[in-house]
Design a binder for this molecule. Structure first.
Ligand code: PLP
Length: 413
């Protein structure tokens, strides 16, 4: 694919796109180009009706009987089993629960309890901040037992010593979109005697993932990005079946073997259920399930194929702007190494992202200088990519980004 691809070719790519019918399953305002589905996925049309049903019938009419009558109590495991199909896990190995940050805490502490003689939680310094912050919190609480260590992205495998209890890595980097080799790094961690926790926040629903094929120990990920579960959707936690004996540190009553016996002492449930903590957020789970069900209808190989084609088209189209306006590709050009996003470094990245919003293109900015385009094959068209670059070119040519109001950074980017 080249930067000079005729518009007619793009139209025929859209016409021949087997995923094209999915676009209508989402609520997307006419004219808007949404390239931020890797931060907050779009709203599936079915979500509103489903929530109305849960609120009106299950909560309004059923009240407390809906914990059993509407299967609220088993929703975390039922949805976990569905997510399992997207990431190469078995039924009973994933539970949809809590936030990603909280699940990072649960997975890391479970892994530490399985490697009691080793002090180090290892990660890369450029990992998503919450991952590293959670490591630091565990270190601070541990009274000297645990050390949080971060190293440069390329130094991970060399840093695997016999001190390392657990390695925490994000499979697709949130800024660059670089994909880690899950099988090879998991093998290296195991050879060093360490366990591994994979963060799948930018993987699930974006690229094919095979947790058990890679022999992964634990994993966590977001429900509101590529899974389209809605703002603040519950996250999920994977624990390989061989680790279901680990005793949870967040030992809440919903992870108890018999929560409604109200016993005095904690006795963890068998299986993945022990990694639940408190009462499940039923409304959030209902919205998440709609997003996951929709994702399961799509062929993941097709999703990956289109995602790479969208990325290749964007990179080709952006080449003239790189030369003229100083954008530097910050994602791998080799698409086998790229997740479902393309990032560019630019000194005015923040202002440019703001100016693009005025032209109805939502991309996002990640400090200090990254302009990030999330590629969501279920609702993006090839023509959206071409149109995005045209609008970006307009922003650059007219210096529309150079307005006083864009120099003030907002609290949420
Ligand atoms: C988005 C993201 C998170 C978010 O964590 P929350 O607890 O849901 O806020 C964590 N890790 C990575 C790698 C992410 O991309």
């Amino acid at each position: 694919m080249t930067g000079t691809m005729a518009v007619a070719d793009v139209v025929s790519l859209d016409a021949g796109d087997p995923l094209a019918p999915f676009r209508d399953r989402f609520h997307l305002r006419e004219g808007l180009i949404y390239l931020d589905g890797n931060s907050l996925g779009a709203l599936p049309r079915a979500t509103g009706d489903r929530l109305a049903e849960v609120i009106g019938d299950e909560w309004g009419e059923g009240l407390i009987t809906s914990w059993l009558g509407a299967s609220w109590s088993t929703a975390p495991r039922r949805i976990g089993d569905k997510i399992a199909r997207l990431v190469g896990a078995h039924p009973g190995e994933i539970v949809a629960t809590d936030s990603t940050s909280v699940n990072i805490f649960k997975a890391l502490t479970a892994a530490l309890s399985l490697r009691r003689e080793r002090p180090v939680i290892l990660s890369e310094a450029t990992n998503f901040p919450t991952d590293v912050y959670m490591m630091q919190g565990i270190e601070a609480f541990s009274g000297g037992r645990v050390k949080a260590v971060t190293v440069a992205p390329d130094a991970i495998v060399d840093a695997l010593s016999d001190e390392v209890a657990v390695l925490l890595l994000t499979q697709v980097h949130y800024k660059s979109g670089r994909v880690r080799d899950m099988a090879a790094i998991t093998r290296a961690a195991h050879e060093a005697g360490a366990l591994i926790v994979w963060d799948l926040s930018h993987s699930a629903g974006a690229i094919p993932v095979d947790l058990n094929g890679a022999n992964a120990d634990f994993a966590i990920g977001c429900g509101y990005k590529f899974l389209n579960g809605g703002p603040g959707a519950p996250a999920y936690l994977f624990a390989a079946a061989r680790h279901h004996g680990a005793t949870p540190i967040l030992s809440g009553w919903f992870g108890h073997a018999r929560p409604f016996d109200f016993e005095e002492d904690y006795d963890p449930a068998a299986g993945i259920a022990r990694f639940q903590c408190g009462t499940p957020p039923v409304l959030g789970l209902a919205a998440l399930e709609v997003g996951v069900d929709l994702m399961l209808e799509a062929d993941m190989a097709e999703v990956r194929r289109k995602s790479l084609a969208l990325g290749d088209l964007l990179i080709a189209r952006m080449q003239p702007l790189c030369d003229a306006y100083g954008f530097a590709l910050a994602s791998p050009r080799d698409h086998a190494l790229r997740g479902s996003q393309v990032a560019y470094a630019h000194r005015q990245g923040y202002q440019i992202a703001q100016a693009l919003r005025e032209l109805d293109v939502i991309a996002d900015f990640r400090a200090p200088d990254i302009l990030r385009f999330g590629l969501t094959p279920l609702y993006l068209r090839y023509s959206d990519i071409v149109e995005t670059v045209e609008r970006l070119e307009r922003v650059c040519a007219t210096r529309a980004w150079d307005k006083p109001q864009y120099h003030q950074r907002a609290a949420v980017t």
